[in-house]
Design a protein. Structure first.
Length: 356
């Protein structure tokens, strides 16, 4: 077998036993094994799932070594068995997260690792475009930045390498409760940086981080209601913070775009789902909310009229928020977002024909 290789304008015939073939074969083989070894170690597949030669590695072997952050770190290849490759590619729950917090999207360990790495790169680009300050870090793979009130550190989960973790610390001691910071961190790991790994969710979240402290704190309280709905059993609705605009939202912006806008007014979207004994029959609505920073009022955004769409739900939502604003005058330095949303979740009752 002969192959014609064009080098410049000269055609040179290379035979099978040429040293070019031997060198190229060694390079390709080493590249393949290095890639498999790197992915294997990064996603944490158990050492008992692969073979060295034809002998299985005993299960009492020490855990896989941690690779240093050097270009030569994966130069020693590891041969994966079919079982190990199956573990890498088989959809499974996210390790270390409660099923209720991990979302409904199952993906493989390899997809979670690669998705987390891509999201980390997106985050670094987004920080440079937003009003956030990037901080130089000597730790490989770690992104550090700060807002006016918080210092943030983002890195892969060191135990699994399958999720991105956010660690936040207040710039001023006593400004934040530890529980509030933990909710913010958990929301990032489970709702922002996870599957399906969309950069627009990061854009919306970084806009929330850049909001004034009293606004961000109210948003964190809404996040807590989403993460722990059982703690608000007296409310009629469950809430979900929409980081991207869902297809069923009012036609204010294209679906999939970031669902948080922060200027002189703040626009964001919430999905309210009615609590029901039969979850499949639960009613769900998308509520666009405007917070006016100057007046401190929280109201429903103006919704363009659509043909063949019910106006009952938007009208009732608007009336409840207007009544709340009339009865609760905002005080200086306070935000009314959480109180208004909680009042809406407690008092909204749609008629049988009120489904949007």
């Amino acid at each position: 077998i002969q192959i014609l290789v064009c080098l410049g304008k000269t055609g040179i015939k290379l035979k099978k036993n040429c040293w070019y073939y031997r060198t190229l074969g060694k390079i390709l083989l080493k590249f393949t094994t290095m890639s498999l070894q790197f992915l294997y170690l990064r996603v944490g597949v158990r050492s008992s799932l692969f073979l060295l030669g034809s002998q299985a590695v005993p299960t009492n072997m020490p855990p896989p070594r941690k690779l240093p952050h050097r270009s030569w770190a994966a130069s020693i290849p590891t041969i994966l068995t079919h079982s190990a490759l199956n573990v890498l590619l088989l959809p499974s729950p996210t390790p270390g997260l409660m099923p209720g917090l991990a979302g409904s999207y199952l993906c493989s360990p390899l997809e979670r690792f690669l998705g987390s790495v891509i999201m980390r790169r997106h985050l670094q680009r987004i920080i440079q475009q937003e009003t956030l300050q990037l901080i130089n870090s000597n730790e490989p793979g770690v992104i550090m930045f700060k807002t006016d009130a918080l210092k943030c550190r983002v890195a892969l989960n060191p135990k699994t390498n399958q999720t991105l973790q956010l660690k936040v610390a207040p710039e001023t001691a006593g400004q934040w409760k530890q529980e509030e910071l933990q909710v913010l961190e958990k929301f990032f790991e489970t709702r922002v940086a996870g599957p399906p790994f969309k950069a627009n969710t990061l854009i919306a979240f970084t806009k929330l981080l850049g909001a004034p402290t009293h606004i961000l704190r109210d948003c964190v309280h809404i996040m807590k209601l989403e993460l722990f709905p059982d703690q608000a059993s007296q409310l009629k609705w469950n809430v979900q913070f929409c980081l991207t605009i869902p297809p069923s939202a009012p036609p204010i912006a294209p679906p999939g775009t970031p669902a948080v806008v922060l200027k002189s007014k703040m626009l964001f979207f919430l999905q309210l789902t009615q609590k029901s004994a039969v979850p499949q029959e639960a009613m769900s609505i998308i509520v666009p909310i405007i917070y006016d920073m100057a007046s401190g009022t929280t109201q429903q955004a103006d919704i363009p009229r659509q043909q063949n769409s019910s106006v009952a739900a938007p009208m009732m939502v608007s009336n409840i928020l207007k009544r709340f604003a009339e009865l609760n005058s905002p005080r200086p330095g306070e935000c009314t977002i959480f109180a208004a949303v909680r009042d809406l979740m407690a008092n909204l009752t749609l008629p049988p024909g009120g489904r949007p």
